[in-house]
Ligand binder design. Structure first.
Ligand code: FES
Length: 165
């Protein structure tokens, strides 16, 4: 059974899809997925199936797009999502060591979420701030020229968030 909060999110998603004035609904898949992820926080199977039905496309096509783009996730992410850029400039600047330090301090691997759902680590491709390489983005905040020794300080900023570390 779907709880009321989920039902209202599905209704909101349907409303959004209803506002799209397009002849080929399949072409709206990516914006619809972005919208759904912002509503639900992730894209579980039932949300994917719902979208497939509403857009009149196969669930396989929806799954294919969700699994192709690293931005989309099928598992719930933490309250603070740590995006570590592994694009060329950041990689050359030492992003791998930064990523390892986040993994060590949080005791999770890249792509995983801490058991308390406070943090997730997501490797991303170039975020368009190469002059600041290596770059880390947490929620909407950008950190530039990040070194492994900065990681503890960065994480401590999020200890102030309610329910944070
Ligand atoms: S490669 Fe990391 S911001 Fe461009």
């Amino acid at each position: 059974m779907v709880c009321n909060c989920m039902q209202s999110k599905f209704s909101e998603l349907d409303q959004y899809i209803g506002t799209l004035s397009i002849s080929n609904k399949g072409s709206a898949l990516i914006p619809v997925l972005h919208h759904a992820q912002s509503l639900f926080g992730y894209l579980p199977q039932d949300v994917q199936s719902h979208i497939a039905e509403r857009l009149d496309i196969s669930t396989a096509k929806v799954y294919g797009v969700v699994s192709f783009y690293t931005f989309f996730t099928m598992v719930p992410r933490g309250q603070s999502n740590i995006n570590v850029c592994l694009g060329t400039a950041c990689f050359v600047g030492g992003a791998e060591a930064v990523l390892k330090e986040f993994e060590n301090q949080l005791q999770i691997k890249s792509g995983e979420t801490t058991p308390d759902f406070k943090f997730s680590i997501t490797p991303v491709r170039c975020v368009g701030a190469c002059s600041l390489a290596p770059v880390v983005m947490i929620n909407n905040k950008v950190y530039g020229h990040v070194k492994p020794e900065d990681v503890a300080q960065i994480l401590s900023e999020y200890s102030q968030i309610e329910g944070g570390v």
